[in-house]
Design a binder for this molecule. Structure first.
Ligand code: CUA
Length: 171
């Protein structure tokens, strides 16, 4: 059977496109920085957050020289703690879970944004700079009070942070 040269060319081009498509989908799924909620965290019992050492007392604690962990519980209809107070010029990892239904956790005006799923822990790490107040909103419809579900993230000076945390003996 004779195959025309143009036909071979089109065949080769379409196979190449298919391979590029598969390649880009694969890269999108496993590429750097791409993770699903709870990929890296131990699940929690949403019914028993009171007994979980991370979430029984939602808080911000120091975990390294300039590193902080913020344990946040989302609920109908708010966030705990609120405000979430973190010190300037630090790296903060938010660990967020829900006590009831699916919520969102979005620091307004930034790209810090994650879904919050009961039984799972979402984590995201941000670099914070100067003192500033940020709004915090829920961007997943979660019930009648969804539109009033909000919190605050306050980035404060080191001095103020230590004052609020009783001397800053975090870690
Ligand atoms: Cu919580 Cu919408």
């Amino acid at each position: 059977m004779h195959i025309h040269a143009y036909e071979k060319l089109w065949l080769a081009a379409s196979i190449l496109l298919i391979l590029l498509l598969i390649g880009s989908v694969t890269y999108g799924a496993v590429g750097p920085g791409v993770a699903m909620v709870a990929d890296s965290e131990q699940p929690v019992d949403a019914q028993a957050l009171d007994e979980d050492e991370r979430f029984s007392e939602p808080r911000v604690e120091q975990v390294g020289e300039n590193e902080y962990a913020a344990y946040i519980v989302a609920y109908q209809f708010g966030f705990e703690p609120s405000p979430i107070v973190v010190p300037e010029n630090s790296t903060v990892t938010f660990y967020v879970t829900s006590r009831d239904v699916i919520h969102g956790f979005e620091v307004v005006g930034t790209n810090a944004n994650t879904m919050v799923v009961p039984g799972e822990v979402s984590d995201l790490t941000v670099e914070v700079e100067e003192p500033q107040e940020y709004g915090l909103i829920c961007n997943e419809y979660c019930g009648a009070g969804h539109h009033v579900m909000e919190g605050k993230v306050h980035v404060v000076s080191q001095a103020e942070f230590e004052e609020r945390n009783g001397g800053g003996d975090g870690a």
